[in-house]
Write a protein of this length. Structure first.
Length: 152
């Protein structure tokens, strides 16, 4: 059985504040997360959702869940579920995402761990592939202010 834990670690030639803004501000999330806004109060225990164009129109909930930890410029951890339009049992499907940012010299060490997937999570394979595209885009955007054209 394949272990359902994903870990990505790399360096971005930008300060943690710049990377953080890309991850949580409306300007950043719209460019990096397929036109979505990240909606939350960003307090531990608070709900969050990525909302944007998709199956249900402009207000499609793509991912939602609960904030576990939120420390600006350093840590964002959450439980996530796929949006309701993806799977009828979306509330039963979950994983944990933890992003940490650490200043190293003049750059940022960015670590993303996506783990604790529910057994037989149907999105795991797609998630494993998609993270590299999203993370490459985060790096490019934080370093240049531009995004990668993936042809979507």
């Amino acid at each position: 059985m394949k272990e359902m834990n994903l870990k990505y670690e790399f360096y971005i030639n930008a300060k943690p504040e710049v990377v953080w803004d890309a991850l949580v501000t409306p300007e950043g999330t719209r460019k990096l997360f397929f036109g979505c806004d990240l909606e939350s109060t960003f307090e531990a225990g608070a709900p969050y959702q990525y909302v944007g164009p998709g199956n249900d129109g402009d207000q499609t909930v793509h991912v939602y869940g609960t904030i576990l930890a939120f420390e600006p410029n350093k840590l964002f951890s959450c439980v996530e579920h796929p949006g309701p339009s993806y799977y009828p049992n979306h509330a039963e499907l979950e994983s944990r995402i933890t992003m940490t940012l650490e200043e190293v010299g003049s750059c940022t060490k960015f670590t993303l761990i996506n783990d604790q997937f529910t057994e037989n999570h149907p999105s795991f394979e797609n998630t494993e592939k998609s993270w590299w595209m999203i993370l490459s885009n985060i790096k490019t955007y934080a370093e240049t202010g531009k995004t990668i054209d993936f042809g979507w």
